[in-house]
Structures are given as C-alpha cells and as structure tokens.
Design a protein around this ligand. Structure first.
Ligand SMILES: [Mg+2]
Length: 359
C-alpha cells in the first residue's frame, strides 16, 4: 500500500513545458558580446525603407523600457538610441532550435515542438528530467530557458510562464490547481482576448469564478467545444494533450546502439535504420530539406551534433551516404569517446513546390 501511494505521487509530475528565454535576442547576445549590458533587439526588416520593419524579440533590458515584439523598429530606436538592432537570421535560429530539440528528445519519452522555442513533453520522471534538461541546455549551448513541470500540460505551461526568465517551477497536483484557480482567465493559454471579454461580461475574472458559472451558460455563450473546455477547467480537468507539432523545423530520430562503439560500419548501419524512419515523414509531408545533422551521444552522456547544409533542397529519396559518412568520420576524428546513442535530423524544409515552410 505504502508503495502504491508513492507511485501515484511520483507519477503526478509528468508534463514538461520548456520555453527558451527571449530566444532570438539571447542567441544574438552570444554572437555580439559588444551588446553586453545594452538593449538588443532582433528585427524583421520589411524592405520598404532602410529602417521599416518590426521587432521580433528583445532582451529583458529592452522590455523594461517598453520595447515589445511587433513594435516598429523606428519606435524602438527612439526608446533605445544606443541599442543593438540586428537583422533576424532565421537559419541560425532554426539550427539552434534543432539542437535544443535534440537535447529534449534525447531525454524525454514523448516530445512535441510547439514553436521554434517552445516544447511540450511527457515523461514519467519529469520532475528529475526537467532540471537536467535545463542544465544540459545551459552547459552544451550556454543558453537559459524556463521550465515548468506539472501533472498537466496546461499546468506545466503556466508554471513556466510564472517562472520566467531562467526559472524552474515544479508543481504537484495541489499547487497546480491552486495556481490555475487563482489565475486570471486571460493568463490561461487558450483563452484569448475575446473570450476574456465575454467571460468578464458574465462575471468571470478568475478561473475559480468558473466554478460558480452554470455549464449550460458557458456552452450557450462559447459553443460546445470551448464551453465544455471552460467547465472542465473549473473542475480541474486540464487534459493530457501535448498539442500539435506546430512549426516543424526538423525531423529527427535517435536510437541507442546495441553496444557503445566507434566502428564506422556498425554506426552507419544504425544511422540508416533511423534515416529510413525519418524519411517516411519527409515522403508523407512532401517536404525536401536543406540541412542534414547527425547527433552523437557519447559515453559521458554529452550530446554533440554535426551538420551539413546543402546548396539546394534535396528530395526524400536522394542518396546522402557520402555526407553521412563524412559527418561521422569528422566527429570520430575530433572526439575520442565511444558513441552510445546516435541520431539523424533533417531540417530547413521546403515544400516540394519550392515554398519555404520554415517561417
Ligand atoms: Mg520563449
């Protein structure tokens, strides 16, 4: 009996939400050490005039003085005349996102990438894995992120947004429902501006107010789907969906070698197996790719990647034996450890009609 209770308690933190802090701006901070202590903003230039365009991400220093994503670059420059304004480098952000994706996939049972810098994951050991992932991302990539761990995806997401930046918040069932109930409705992911307004009209400001609201009124006001969802929210039924894989920046497959090895043929064999599986996805989604990466998890559990970018996008059935071998050989030359797990990743997708699907 004692044992059973323990299991139930352990199993209650099973979802993780991982969110990189001010992702693009953080990446640019690392590449532009001269920006240290300054406002750094990543911009998407529209090309109409030299400075027309909008801010996509800004560091916390910039946020403090009122610079926001979506703001015109001109307005942001007025607020921070000595700020560093950088042209967005999408390929680089996608590549870094893919590396983080690999770290998360190497550690969790089930992972869905929700956006370029956000992941939802499931793992029975989420409470131990969460802090570990944060540490690995810090050690391997020198990047900070925020993690929420909770019994539900919703709880994990809200825990993460509460803990930002550079935070980690692990909630058990009791604290999760307390946090959600006390939250104002607009802070709940999935409740937008319109729903917030409509809820306000029927006297609902906090999630806990939903408890006092007639479920029939909720369904009448918001339709069956949203109404039921709101009622479930009131009852503490937060669902268990990891969500859709929203922006697929890369498809990867990772597997464990039968034994640790540095044998090229043996490792190539495993890579081919994983490749076949990943290529099924490319075939099904009719995507071609420009980036091929190999993932190496060595004896010491460190994660390394080597990637190759092709000049032109390749279709799923192109033979890439030469490039794979080259990446593997390069890796073995630079590292003396044995490989324990190996992975392959395709990224930088194009639809076969030539339209880029990255952003
Ligand atoms: Mg983020």
């Amino acid at each position: 009996m004692q044992n059973k209770i323990k299991t139930v308690a352990q199993i209650s933190y099973v979802y993780l939400h991982i969110d990189m802090d001010y992702f693009y701006a953080q990446l640019e901070e690392k590449r532009h050490p001269e920006s240290l202590g300054k406002v750094i903003a990543v911009c998407m230039f529209s090309g109409r005039t030299e400075i027309s365009g909008a801010i996509t991400t800004v560091n916390y220093l910039g946020r403090k003085i009122g610079i926001k994503a979506g703001m015109p670059i001109i307005s942001a420059k007025k607020l921070a005349p000595d700020g560093v304004f950088i042209h967005a480098d999408r390929e680089y952000y996608a590549e870094m996102s893919a590396r983080i994706d690999m770290i998360i996939r190497a550690n969790c049972e089930k992972v869905v990438q929700a956006s370029i810098d956000e992941w939802n994951a499931f793992d029975p050991n989420a409470a131990e894995i969460g802090p570990k992932i944060k540490q690995v991302i810090q050690n391997e990539m020198d990047l900070i992120c925020t993690l929420g761990v909770a019994p539900s995806v919703l709880g994990a997401k809200m825990a993460a947004s509460k803990a930002k930046p550079n935070g980690l918040l692990i909630l058990d069932t009791e604290h999760e429902s307390k946090m959600i109930n006390e939250s104002i409705v607009e802070a709940v992911p999935g409740i937008g501006k319109k729903t917030t307004e409509a809820l306000g009209m029927i006297g609902v400001k906090k999630v806990s107010d939903l408890k006092k609201t007639d479920p029939i009124l909720l369904v009448e006001t918001f339709g069956k789907k949203t109404g039921t969802w709101l009622h479930d929210l009131a009852l503490g039924r937060y669902g268990a969906e990891l969500g859709e894989e929203k922006e697929q920046e890369g498809i990867s497959r990772i597997g464990t070698l039968k034994q640790q090895s540095r044998d090229i043929e043996f490792i190539m064999q495993k890579i081919s197996e994983l490749e076949d599986d990943a290529k099924k996805w490319l075939f099904e989604t009719k995507k071609s790719y420009k980036t091929l990466a190999l993932i190496f998890i060595t004896d010491d559990m460190a994660l390394h990647t080597k990637s190759f970018t092709f000049r032109n996008p390749l279709p799923w059935n192109e033979d890439i034996t030469k490039e794979k071998r080259q990446l593997l050989e390069e890796f073995l030359k630079q590292n003396s450890l044995e490989i324990r797990r190996i992975g392959i990743k395709f990224g930088n997708f194009m639809d076969l009609n030539g339209q880029t699907t990255l952003f």
